[in-house]
Design a protein around this ligand. Structure first.
Ligand code: 5CA
Ligand code: ZN
Length: 430
């Protein structure tokens, strides 16, 4: 699938610090492995009702990681999927009387525009489930062959459909990614797309890897019977085939910790190839609206394209999302956006001031905060402090905005250096 168009990234004066991130599997903040190419896989959208601010927060977080790795001189191979074959998409298409493929295509087009508006660097590989069915067929074949998966038969499947299931413990390391106790696994499995009560399965937690063709559902050919991919194996196959086993970072929202990332890892590990799926599992907290989780099913969405259509500066959306730490569950509100706009005005005033405070020490502090598991709240405070010193305590000048564009025009090297740090490290265009 075509990715989107990304802004060019320029080097920032000074030097980067090695990035450390919280890893869900070991539950500690660890250095991101360096050297060679850093493999980054981030779970992409299911293309309906995008892009809400929860999605935006997740992709902004991984964009920040991508930018910090680039700043540290690393080569990054960024892969993202699109779950363009899945029940929620079919249900929405049926509800709205549109073809599910057309809905997916339109939503991906709108997602690309939103990513561009937010200055998010594009993945090198942007891969849909439809495009990767052959890869899933290959992996399911490997799992069937080595006994990690089994197919229901006419005899043990009550509805006669010969679906293929993964033995949940086939990798020998089940549970290492989430560390969840079994009662939590059971609860999340049932809530998040699993089918614990499906008769014929050998264990309630066994996960679907190939759903046999049903009337009215799309299907593809496989040697054991036509059907379509299960959800987790889509990400296993797309990631393994492009990044290899043991790639650096598997990422997504923390609603994906279990079952999705546990099984994505277990499928690939059981299929062979050796070692762990990913070295670090990085998860973002859920964004809510005024205290309630923002989700497509609840319908309490604030969409990026609606804010952009209202004339909201996308840089203010990023700054608003940076106000909280990426791992914390947090709420979006009109006040957060207003404060972010005021902050940008403060920064722009300083950037276009005649005599800004020296930028280098402030940029060093920003880099140190970001390298420490993306401490964006602290990073923002360092930029504020620099801007306040420049503007004079508590006197916000409002910026040099002669053209009325909202963009600051740096007059000095220090102003230009800070502007460069904000756009290149944090994707915040001033
Ligand atoms: N297609 C699957 C992943 S393979 C999926 O979860 N799609 S999604 O459209 O539901 O979500 C896309 C990404 O946004 C996922 O990484 C998900 O964890 C994240 N996400 C969804 N809702 C929120 C939210 N309210 N706050 C933060 N991140 C969210
Ligand atoms: Zn995924």
């Amino acid at each position: 699938m075509r990715s989107w168009t990304g802004p060019a990234v320029a080097p920032v004066a000074g030097s980067a610090q090695p990035l450390r991130l919280h890893d869900t599997s070991t539950q500690v903040v660890r250095p991101v492995p360096r050297g060679g190419t850093v493999g980054l896989y981030v779970c992409g959208i299911t293309p309906y009702d995008t892009t809400h601010l929860g999605h935006a927060a997740t992709y902004v977080t991984f964009d920040l990681i991508n930018r910090l790795l680039l700043d540290a001189g690393e080569q990054v191979h960024y892969v993202q999927n699109i779950t363009d074959v899945d029940d929620p998409l079919f249900e929405r298409a049926a509800r709205d009387g549109v073809d599910w493929r057309e809905l997916g295509t339109a939503e991906v087009a709108s997602f690309r525009k939103d990513m561009e508006a937010l200055s998010i660097l594009p993945p090198r590989d942007y891969v849909g489930a439809i495009e990767s069915v052959d890869e899933v067929v290959e992996m399911v074949g490997q799992l069937l062959e080595n006994g990690s998966a089994y197919q229901l038969t006419e005899h043990d499947s009550p509805d006669g459909y010969e679906d293929v299931y993964f033995r949940h413990d086939a990798s020998g390391n089940f549970g290492y990614e989430s560390n969840y106790p079994v009662d939590v696994m059971n609860e999340f499995f049932a809530e998040r797309g699993g089918d614990p009560d499906r008769e014929g399965k050998r264990h309630p937690l066994d996960a679907l890897v190939w759903r046999a063709a049903r009337p009215g559902e799309p299907s593809w050919h496989a040697p054991w019977g036509d059907g379509r991919p299960g959800w987790h194996i889509e990400c296993s196959a797309i990631a393994r085939n492009r990044l290899g086993m043991g790639f650096a970072i598997q990422g997504g929202g923390d609603d994906l910790i279990f079952p999705h990332h546990e099984f994505s890892a277990a499928h690939a590990e059981a299929a062979g190839g050796g070692g762990r799926f990913a070295q670090l599992y990085v998860h973002t907290g859920m964004i809510g609206l005024d205290g309630v989780k923002m989700s497509k099913s609840l319908g309490n969405l604030v969409r990026v394209r609606e804010l952009v259509a209202e004339g909201i500066d996308p840089a203010a959306i990023r700054v608003g999302l940076y106000v909280g730490h990426y791992r914390s569950a947090r709420s979006w509100s009109a006040e957060i956006l207003e404060e972010a706009q005021a902050r940008l005005a403060l920064w722009r005033g300083a950037i276009s001031a005649a005599e800004p405070a020296p930028a280098a020490p402030a940029i060093e502090l920003v880099r140190a905060a970001l390298a420490d598991d993306l401490d964006t709240p602290t990073a923002l405070r360092h930029v504020d402090a620099w801007a306040r010193v420049t503007n004079g305590v508590d006197s916000v000048t409002g910026g040099d905005d002669a053209a009325g564009t909202g963009r600051a025009v740096p007059r000095t090297e220090d102003g230009a250096e800070m502007a460069s740090a904000l756009i290149n490290l944090m994707g915040v265009g001033v």
